[in-house]
Design a protein around this ligand. Structure first.
Ligand code: DGY
Length: 323
């Protein structure tokens, strides 16, 4: 039986690439250079399944390429805001993603940002590496206590709940959340989580605000100038979701005006470029989009994309169908 033709847009973990070679007639990206829009178009013309990732802009124009052969996009990543899903649906292209397998690691990164920024860990490490540490003293690098504080979670899905679990059981934090969907009572009970009616309530009442919602038209610049002004001056914002959920100009302004105490960010509006302030302000901790970056999780993401594509070619229900 002939194998489906697959094109993979970036380098994947070896375990995944070995499996891809077995199951598909695959073209791998050994150079790991990102595809241009023209290369994405050509790929769609020359394969049965395209396997892109979160940095590939699969626009309506790319999807509408003439003589497209691919009817399946097996995305390596849970977020799909880089794919024009409406257009894919209109053209009858199936798209899958990789939820669940990255929940724990992304929640771990959210907690690490929260701890790092509250306890001024980055500042301390920079001081030590610069050989400027003069020794222990009672007033050295005093941060903010995390245990027992209130964490407001915007987006109480899988990852938001995993953050709540860590914060509630590990750090005795009080959990509030905002979500447009109803969350089952057994879930909220588990973390003793309180639903707040508005994002404004979350901003006003939280010591830490964690962004865990998907990037959509509705969540674009959800954290804006007005909402930063509502936050406590002692509060921190944490973002492990998508950069454009925060208006970065408003964030930089809020930090410069001391309207909030700091920010812990794993994602940015125009990655990999970020405003210089987010690289230099002492009360900002920035990571280069590391949420899912563990070997275990990335291999699981690759396998999920492969499993979805196999299901497509076998004519079975996809485990993680987006459209
Ligand atoms: C995703 O999968 O959407 C993350 O942002 C990268 O792991």
């Amino acid at each position: 039986m002939t194998k489906p033709v697959a094109i993979v847009t970036r380098k994947w973990p070896k375990e995944n690439e070995d499996r891809l070679r077995e199951l598909f007639d695959v073209t791998l990206n050994t150079s790991d250079q990102a595809f241009s829009s023209d290369e994405l178009k050509q790929a769609l013309q020359n394969c049965d399944v395209l396997m892109p990732t979160v940095t590939d802009k699969i626009t309506a124009d790319v999807l509408s390429v003439e003589n497209r052969r691919a009817n399946m996009i097996g995305n390596f990543g849970v977020g799909f805001n880089h794919i024009d899903i409406k257009k894919a649906k209109e053209l009858g292209i199936t798209v899958s993603n990789t939820p669940s397998v990255l929940t724990d690691c992304t929640a771990d990164i959210a907690m690490s940002l929260l701890l790092m920024v509250a306890r001024r860990v980055g500042e301390g490490e920079r001081e030590l590496r610069a050989e400027k540490w003069t020794g222990w003293r009672p007033t050295h690098l005093l941060g903010t206590k995390v245990t027992g504080k209130t964490l407001g979670i915007i987006g109480f899905g899988r990852i938001g709940q995993a953050v709540a679990k860590r914060a509630h059981f590990g750090f005795d934090m009080n959990i509030s959340y905002w979500d447009p969907f109803d969350i089952p009572e057994d879930v909220t009970k588990k973390f003793n989580a309180t639903k707040l009616n508005t994002i404004e309530d979350i901003c006003e009442q939280s010591d830490f605000v964690s962004i865990n919602c998907p990037a959509t038209e509705e969540t674009f610049h959800l954290m804006n100038e007005d909402r930063f002004k509502l936050m406590k001056k002692t509060a921190f914002i944490i973002n492990t979701a998508r950069g454009d959920i925060i208006d970065e100009k408003a964030l930089v302004n809020a930090l410069n005006q001391n309207e909030i105490a700091g920010a812990g960010l794993d994602v940015f509006e125009t990655e990999p470029n970020l405003p210089s302030e987010l690289k230099t302000l002492e009360n900002v901790v920035s990571y280069p989009h590391l949420g899912s970056a563990t070997s275990e999780t990335r291999i699981a993401m690759g396998n999920t994309a492969i499993d979805n594509s196999l299901a497509f070619f076998a004519g079975n229900d996809l485990p993680n169908k987006v459209v």
